[in-house]
Design a protein around this ligand. Structure first.
Ligand SMILES: [Fe+2]
Ligand SMILES: [Fe+2]
Length: 293
């Protein structure tokens, strides 16, 4: 327990996060950094950026509701304090991605309408499955749903977005890299805290495996929707030209400039599912394959 206590203490969080990689940042990026002009000048590129950022806000609002809700369900004091730090991380993620919507020209009075209009219904379902466990104060299922499934997904999506943005949008790429560093801490907690609880309560496994399968289904459906709505090849070429994109940028062996949206969807889904299997295996949960949406 000693390692667990120090790695997930508030002291550790203060030193590594606010006094560490977030030091001297403003909404997660260098003070004064702005979105590239093309995002504000090309209406389709701007619409794409808003659409994608809304999904991040929806996911992070769910993470905020889950991590805060799990504090009072946690069986031990160290987990409660850790979850308090995670709650602040998730609130910060909601804030920085909401700020990006404002930076893209969304008016404060339009925010909730824009989120409602663009939120992917499958992502909303994904969130509901998790929040139902949290509402029932089901700590074990809640942590698996939040810190293994939701954050395993978020971690990989952010890494892909970071690879796509680092050459063209240093402001957003920096916001993402701080978020990725936070998510790495969160998935670590899920694995370290839950393994022993699952061992102590093997009778919970089938229900947790069902939750993971259902959440995975809606996650894959969200990916399918997102890539189906991808801009045409011609538009993608124009965006790259406007942004001065690096044509050789790679992610998991796929060329991000030239890959077909279908190929991107497969690489993303495969990468997330591989991570799920690995992490679930480590906590003694057997990955259940959902029906392909
Ligand atoms: Fe988050
Ligand atoms: Fe998180």
């Amino acid at each position: 327990m000693a390692d667990f206590l120090s790695a997930y203490s508030i002291q550790y969080w203060l030193e590594s996060c606010p006094q560490g990689y977030l030091d001297e940042t403003e909404y997660g990026h260098a003070p004064g950094a702005t979105e590239p002009a093309a995002f504000l000048e090309d209406p389709e590129l701007r619409a794409q950026a808003i659409q994608g950022t809304v999904q991040l806000v929806v996911g992070e609002r769910c993470a905020l509701a889950a991590s805060s809700g799990l504090i009072n369900a946690a069986p031990d004091e160290a987990s409660k304090r850790y979850l308090a730090t995670q709650t602040l991380d998730e609130a910060r993620h909601v804030e920085v991605f909401t700020q990006r919507l404002y930076d893209l020209g969304v008016k404060k009075t339009e925010l909730e309408d824009v989120i409602r209009t663009h939120a992917n219904p499958n992502l909303v379902k994904f969130a509901e499955i998790l929040l139902e466990k949290v509402d029932r104060k089901d700590f074990v299922a809640g942590v698996v749903g939040q810190n293994v499934v939701l954050e395993g997904m978020a971690f990989t999506v952010f890494e892909m977005m970071h690879a796509m943005n680092k050459g063209v949008n240093p402001k957003f790429a920096q916001t993402l890299s701080g978020t990725i560093a936070d998510e790495r801490r969160h998935v670590g907690f899920g694995e370290n805290r839950i393994g022993s609880l699952i061992q102590a309560h093997p009778e919970r496994k089938p229900e947790i495996e069902r939750m993971q399968r259902d959440m995975s289904y809606y996650m894959l459906a969200t990916f399918a929707d997102a890539f189906r709505q991808a801009p045409s090849e011609e538009d993608r070429k124009r965006f790259r030209r406007e942004l001065g994109a690096d044509e050789s940028a790679q992610w998991h062996g796929v060329n991000l400039a030239t890959a077909d949206p279908k190929d991107m969807e497969h690489v993303l889904a495969d990468t997330v599912l591989r991570e799920f299997k690995l992490r679930l295996g480590r906590i003694g949960i057997e990955y259940q394959t959902p029906a392909r949406p």
